[in-house]
Design a protein around this ligand. Structure first.
Ligand code: HEM
Length: 151
């Protein structure tokens, strides 16, 4: 069972980070040159936000908690209250996760739909998206650290 949970966690992590990397590196340099670029970003973003933000982030949280419990054999609350290196790294990961959830909701459901209103909102939407990609990469780094015991 623990393999299935970690498998699901890694699949949704790939979807989350992979989607953002694809947008930033592959899609964006091409679409940005098109006259209807904002409309395209809004349509692609709408679909990605359902799969990545609405479904993906809650699945990552639930499978993440279950991973932590099955790997350490401790209850989640007890783990959060402990000062083990693993627990400290997990708490850092959770803080970045919380930040990513806030920025994703702001980006997908507030800024994104308004991006065609002004150049300023469009720029802020892009910056928030890039910050969230960087946070995502930090979360991956912390996940790798956990694999080595959190040290
Ligand atoms: C954007 C959100 C997240 C991403 C991209 C992500 C990514 C990953 C990845 C790629 C792994 C596999 C690492 C490995 O096995 O080497 C992993 C493992 C893990 N994740 Fe996450 N994660 C996210 C959120 C969470 C959350 C919210 C929690 C806790 C509530 C969590 C807890 C864990 C745990 C405990 C492991 C197992 C680490 C180990 O090998 O000991 N993750 N995560």
């Amino acid at each position: 069972m623990k393999e299935i949970i970690l498998f699901l966690h890694v699949v949704f992590a790939s979807l989350w980070i992979g989607g953002m990397l694809f947008m930033a590196i592959v899609l964006s340099p091409y679409v940005r040159k098109l006259p209807i670029s904002t409309k395209i970003f809004q349509e692609v973003g709408k679909r990605y936000s359902i799969i990545g933000t609405v479904i993906g982030l809650p699945v990552l949280f639930i499978t993440g908690v279950l991973n932590a419990v099955s790997i350490t054999g401790m209850e989640f609350i007890a783990l959060l209250n402990s000062s083990l290196a693993y627990a400290i790294t997990l708490k850092e990961k959770l803080m970045f996760f919380l930040l990513t959830v806030i920025l994703a909701v702001l980006h997908d459901f507030y800024l994104g739909p308004k991006a065609n209103m002004s150049q300023r909102i469009k720029l802020i939407t892009r910056i928030v998206g890039i910050i969230n990609l960087i946070i995502g990469l930090i979360i991956i780094f912390l996940a790798v650290k956990l694999r080595f015991g959190g040290m």
